[in-house]
Design a protein around this ligand. Structure first.
Ligand code: PMP
Length: 396
């Protein structure tokens, strides 16, 4: 019976990355997949994570199942990290969370909860959004509407278009927002703009669903969640999908959480029970290792400071690369690339045509998405000149 199933095409991003791996050119550059890479082109293990792992391995006494909600220290640490230890919602016990397999698992559990409350609800997604949002949320049965977001000419947010489109979102609708470091465009909302969205949600009754996969990689751990916290302060209900993949380098350990901010402690508990039932239907219990490491890092003052310092250094490095890219690209072209410096996080659309992105790959072994989205962290001191010269060559 299974032979009716045809071969599926390879994932477009992972396919480009594997094409880069088999490219024999010594100059090749992989700017495709969204993982942080250091100056040596390596995706490193955080020092604090390594230390937590050493103590975990020494002390671990069991591999019995995790509790369905996951590790308590992890859940508590992540709630504080995302919402702030002074959060009124936390003080009122109006928040519950479930540890999930990565941010993807959190998005999926969030979608399950939304669909349980309002089957087939409309989710408003930004144009563009991370392409995986659609299958992750859509496979649950949610439907989509798009709101204008990125404006390719200005390389910024088309906030008037966003407000106009979200003007049609009402009670029972969900608006999916990127908490910071928008993937794929890097253009984020200002705090004033977050406040306008909060006003609209209050007035129109839609619920925000915030995907925060890059906390700490835009401006800093606190700054990157300022908009999200503003929503949580002002609105009765917000769902948050958090990930430790990037900001703790735990990608393969599948470490994340879905947070439910609700109007009462009773409802927050009910949502957690619903999330546990949803998880049971899909994968039962979350994986242990990454959350036990993250829980230790967040609970231990010394490890936490060590982690924060390393993360801050990564953030500064990305922002430094953005500044260097602007000047190198402008030395090699007659275009204004200043927008790269105004964006946040790991991604940027260079503003090249599809043909130019393909020419970079075929003639210069520089791999980026055909939309010209690059992972800024794939740039380093050894490849930046080659990259800027190649962009200059294809634009000439
Ligand atoms: N949301 C966005 C916008 C992302 O870019 C990613 C990772 N690429 C995720 C969520 C989920 O990450 P993970 O499941 O690896 O934690």
């Amino acid at each position: 019976m299974l032979d009716v199933l045809p071969q599926m095409p390879e994932d477009s991003i992972l396919g480009l990355s594997s094409a880069c791996r088999s490219d024999p050119s010594p100059n090749k550059i992989d700017l495709t997949v969204g993982i942080y890479m250091n100056e040596e082109g390596v995706c490193p293990v955080f020092d604090a994570v390594r230390l937590a792992q050493q103590s975990l391995v020494a002390e671990e006494t069991t591999k019995a199942y995790m509790a369905p909600a996951g590790d308590a220290a992890f859940n508590q640490g992540l709630q504080r990290l995302v919402l702030g230890s002074g959060s009124a919602a936390l003080a009122d016990a109006r928040v519950s969370s479930i540890q999930t397999p990565g941010g993807c698992g959190a998005l999926r559990i969030g979608a399950e909860i939304i669909n349980a409350a309002a089957p087939g609800a409309r989710v408003w997604v930004s144009d563009p959004t991370w392409p995986v949002h659609i299958p992750l949320l859509g496979s649950v049965g949610l439907r989509f509407e798009t709101y204008r977001y990125y404006e390719p000419v200005s390389h910024g947010v088309n906030f008037d278009g966003m407000v106009e489109d979200l003007g049609r979102a009402g009670r029972g609708d969900v608006v999916l927002l990127h908490g910071c470091c928008h993937n794929p465009c890097g253009a984020d909302l200002t705090l004033e703009q977050w406040s306008v969205i909060a006003d609209m949600a209050e007035r129109q009754g839609f619920m925000p669903f915030v995907d925060i996969a890059y906390q700490g990689l835009g401006d800093g751990l606190e700054q990157d969640v300022a908009g999200l916290r503003l929503l949580v302060e002002r609105l009765p209900e917000v769902i948050i999908a958090a990930s430790c993949s990037k900001n703790m380098g735990l990608y393969r350990e599948r470490t994340g959480a879905a947070l439910f901010v609700s109007s009462s402690a009773e409802n927050a508990r009910a949502l957690l029970s619903q999330a546990q039932v949803a998880a049971r239907r899909i994968y039962s219990m979350p994986p242990a290792h990454g959350a036990l490491l993250a829980g230790r890092v967040l609970a231990d003052a010394e490890l936490k400071t060590n982690w924060e310092d390393e993360l801050q250094a990564m953030c500064w490095r990305i922002n430094g690369l953005r500044t260097s890219l602007v000047s190198k690209l402008e030395q090699n072209t007659d275009r204004d690339f200043g927008f790269i410096e105004r964006e946040k996080g790991m991604f940027s659309f260079l503003g090249l045509t599809r043909a130019e992105a393909i020419a970079l790959r075929e003639k210069h072994s520089i791999y980026m998405l055909e939309s010209s989205r690059i992972n800024v962290a794939g740039v380093n001191g050894a490849n930046i000149d080659y990259l800027a010269e190649a962009v200059g060559a294809v634009l000439r």
